[in-house]
Design a protein around this ligand. Structure first.
Ligand SMILES: NC(=O)c1ccc[n+]([C@@H]2O[C@H](COP(=O)([O-])OP(=O)(O)OC[C@H]3O[C@@H](n4cnc5c(N)ncnc54)[C@H](O)[C@@H]3O)[C@@H](O)[C@H]2O)c1
Length: 249
């Protein structure tokens, strides 16, 4: 309990799946959480669950690919006590899986706008607060697809790989301000976008991990909590796989 007590956290894509689990865990551990998403009802439901467990949170509609939404979200979060302590860039666009020859410009545009530019807009808006505070933690949710070749989803994979570079660059530039920036790389995690149990793809995912199973959103959230908290005060610029050992093989 209280591992991020009194910190102000902003999470993108907090209405479902991994983002929802991160919001709930940060709330449970004492943070005031701004849950942002484009699915308003599900986002409000995340807030209701946090509050029901005694936490504090608000919902804010923010389409991450819109620069002005990022600015408004940060202003909203800062209304709480003027601080932004934690930013978790989690929203992404997976879309349909296509290899190079089948991939379309529209698919590339959307992957880049949501995952990469969304991360950039939110980070750019959070940094001035964190620099002023001389402290902050940014956690970028990437994917093991940035580390290991797998499915035919070249636009998504390339965008996620770019996020690793973004993380390193931001960690380098803002480390002197005590702002830490790290990447989390989830492996196969059971959310609405993942393979259903019983399918060949699900079995393939389980077989590719060392632990022999798909992970839960909560297992990613614990890693995000660590990176977000002061327990990781000497950790910046890292890529942390949360993948059941997939990339260790
Ligand atoms: N599930 C997995 O197996 C897995 C594996 C590796 C990485 N990831 C990454 O984890 C993150 C979360 O994925 P998930 O599995 O929880 O998916 P999800 O679909 O369950 O949740 C994603 C959330 O992001 C929101 N979102 C999507 N586009 C948005 C936009 N433009 N603006 C604001 N919000 C938006 C959605 O409404 C949704 O609430 C993504 O970055 C994904 O790439 C997931």
């Amino acid at each position: 309990m209280n591992r991020v007590q009194e910190k102000v956290a902003v999470v993108t894509g907090g209405a479902n799946g991994i983002g929802n689990a991160i919001c709930e865990l940060l709330g449970q551990e004492g943070a005031w959480v701004l849950v942002t998403d484009i699915e308003d009802e599900a986002g409000r439901e995340t807030v209701r669950r946090i509050v029901k467990k005694g936490g504090r949170a608000e919902y804010f509609h923010a389409e991450v690919s819109r620069r002005e939404d990022a600015a408004r979200a940060m202003e909203k979060a800062a209304e709480h006590n003027g601080r932004i302590d934690i930013l978790c860039n989690n929203a992404a666009y997976l879309g349909e899986s296509h290899a190079v020859l089948e991939s379309t410009d529209e698919e590339w545009d959307k992957c880049i706008k949501v995952a990469l530019m969304g991360t950039h807009y939110f980070t750019k808006e959070a940094l001035p607060y964190m620099i002023r505070q001389k402290k902050g933690s940014i956690v970028n949710v990437v994917s093991i697809q940035a580390l290991a070749g797998m499915m035919t989803s070249v636009a998504y994979t390339a965008t996620k790989a770019a996020l690793l570079g973004y993380t390193l660059s931001a960690a380098y530039d803002y480390g002197p301000h005590n702002v830490r920036v790290n990447s989390l790389c989830p492996g196969p995690i059971h959310t609405r976008i993942s393979a259903e149990p019983g399918t060949a793809h699900y079995k393939w995912q389980c077989d590719n991990t060392v632990l022999g199973r798909v992970g839960s959103p909560e297992e990613v959230a614990w890693a995000a909590l660590f990176l977000a908290s002061d327990e990781a005060s000497y950790v910046t610029g890292v890529t942390l796989p949360v993948d059941g050992g997939w990339t260790s093989k």
